[in-house]
Design a binder for this molecule. Structure first.
Ligand SMILES: Nc1ncnc2c1ncn2[C@@H]1O[C@H](COP(=O)(O)OP(=O)(O)OP(=O)(O)O)[C@@H](O)[C@H]1O
Length: 322
């Protein structure tokens, strides 16, 4: 069974100066154990999509259209208590800054043990043994001793490993990892990403990996969803999208990945800027920046067409330019 199904999801913010849609008409599917990368520039709607799935949209924002199903069950319209139970137990979260996920006044062990006991109903001793085991799995040295220390006694990279243990210890089916390595030193980023990928494979958890770094997606994800101005513009298996991107925005993103070569390259840039939510044009939001735009692009919004595995929202793929 499809693990996660998001259909036509719109998140709106209601303000004094009107309503803006942070994300619009977002649809995606995720199979058990799959790693889906979500990429796009700042403000594209990646975090908002993740937050909606995990039930973290708060007023003045709300889900104004669409639905989210986890293992077939609707989770977008549940009461707060029910969504809190799902969070942690069935969907884990890893955010950019480990300090927002960890409580500074509790030891790492207390936090892991509490999560394990709450969600898996294990007695204290068994929960402690499991917590030590998780610290070992995420690469914390001497976990029997470190379990009784506080988050501030860990380095940034080690703290993010603890956050990964915390997200996985209740054995969720899905983890939302939102820029999990952005706050870390470059030297430890690759290690933390490699750990996440390894644990995802070992535990069979599915992951939505939100990042603006196409290089991280290329190394980690099975499929990639490219977002632009609140919408998904292309979805596909990573190797395929890297080799043959079909949306001109994706092509621009791919061209911006630095490559290791004998000579430093000048990175091709996509000219212009992504429109703000209140200033999106009526047709394709990428049209003003698109080198290939033709007649329908400025007035008609292209629909995402294809299959849940491979699809694209671009008139070029459905109509031949005159
Ligand atoms: N409280 C809010 N009120 C109104 N609009 C908001 C609010 N929070 C976010 N938005 C809008 O929602 C859109 C999506 O933001 P989101 O944070 O999901 O983007 P992102 O792709 O994750 O970017 P980043 O990489 O910078 O985190 C943005 O256009 C942003 O301006």
């Amino acid at each position: 069974m499809t693990l996660l199904s998001v259909k036509n999801l719109t998140v709106a913010f209601f303000g004094r100066s009107g309503t803006v849609n942070a994300i619009e008409d977002v649809s995606l599917e995720l199979e058990p154990g799959e790693i889906l990368g979500m990429v796009g520039e700042s403000g594209a709607g990646k975090s908002m999509t993740g937050a909606a799935i995990i039930g973290l949209i708060e007023p003045p924002g709300r889900i104004s259209a669409g639905e989210i199903r986890l293992e077939g069950e609707r989770i977008d319209n549940l009461p707060p208590e029910a969504i809190r139970r799902i969070r942690g137990r069935r969907i884990g979260a890893i955010f950019q800054d480990p300090l927002t996920s960890l409580n500074p006044v509790l030891t790492v062990g207390e936090q892991l043990i509490e999560t394990i006991r709450t969600h898996l109903k294990l007695p204290r001793e068994a929960a402690r043994a499991r917590a030590i085991d998780w610290l070992r799995r995420v690469g914390i040295p001497a976990p029997e001793a470190r379990i009784d220390t506080y988050p501030h006694q860990y380095s940034g990279g080690m703290r993010q490993r603890v956050v990964i243990a915390l997200a996985l210890c209740a054995e969720p089916r899905l983890v939302i990892a939102d820029e999990p390595t952005t706050a870390l030193d470059v030297s430890v980023q690759a290690q933390v990403i490699a750990l996440l990928r390894q644990l995802a494979r070992e535990t069979g958890v599915a992951v939505i990996l939100v990042t603006h770094d196409m290089g991280v997606i290329a190394e980690t994800a099975d499929r990639v969803a490219v977002m632009y101005a609140g919408r998904i513009v292309e979805v596909g298996p990573v190797a395929e999208v890297l080799r043959a991107p079909r949306h001109p925005y994706t092509s621009g993103l791919m061209a911006s990945i630095p490559r290791i070569g004998p000579r430093p390259e000048v990175l091709p840039q996509i000219e212009g800027a992504m429109p703000r939510p209140h200033a999106r044009p009526p047709g394709c939001a990428f049209a003003p920046r698109c080198p290939h735009r033709f007649v329908p692009c400025t007035d008609e919004r292209p629909e995402l067409t294809g299959t849940p595995v491979r699809s694209v929202a671009c008139h070029l793929t459905t109509e031949v330019p005159a």
